[in-house]
Design a protein around this ligand. Sequence first.
Ligand code: PXL
Length: 244
Amino acid sequence: MIVMSIAGVDPSAGAGVFADLKTFQAIGVYGTGIVTALTAQNPYKFFSTLPVSPEYISEQIDSVMDSYEVKFIKTGMMYSPEIIKLVGQKIKEYDLKAVVDPVMVATSGGDLTKEDIANAINKYLLPNAVLTTPNVSEAEKLSGVKIKNKDDAIKACEKIRCDSLITGGHLDGWNTINIDGEVSFKKQELIDTENLHGTGCNLSAAIVAFLAKNNDLHTSILKSLDYVYEGIKNGNYGTLIAKI
Ligand code: PXL
């Protein structure tokens, strides 16, 4: 049960590869981490990004695949179309089952990508992905559909090129799930907090971990939504945990 995160590094460890590894560990799978970019940030302020070259990302992936059998992976911050293309090729080369978190902007408002990367995600990652987990604004960019309510979310997920979970944080807590063209909803209570940094990263990492533990896709999504909800309630995201 070895999984992989391909994403950026948030040194405050609420988001990105470090956070993914903690979630993998918490759910009981062994996580490996490929770094696409370093960032300098904390939950409230984004300072800067230092990307890793596609060649070196490729070398990192090959070095892990050389000695570990990995089936399920997630992708997070990808930074550029070149990196997205490379990762898409590696997913095919190693026949990986990928959950794609189509990260574009940090919760703190920092830009995590060089340019508009929705096109590259649509072209190189989604056609072969197991699932993508956009929030409302990411789903709008992937689908071209403006989302104001649940009906719009259904229209958007019908346009997205793989199974999808459109997260409900900006849709009154309604999470929209589309698996094989069958749409369902899971409503969650919205918790009044500013400590949401990294929740998207932890959600997609949790889905990968539950898939690796032989849960089906729908079950993995539901368990992961509960996992992140409990985390938000307990103040695991942002800096509250550090104050305990
Ligand atoms: O949650 C999006 C995200 C993804 N990846 C990295 C991040 C963030 C948000 O801050 O820093 C590295």
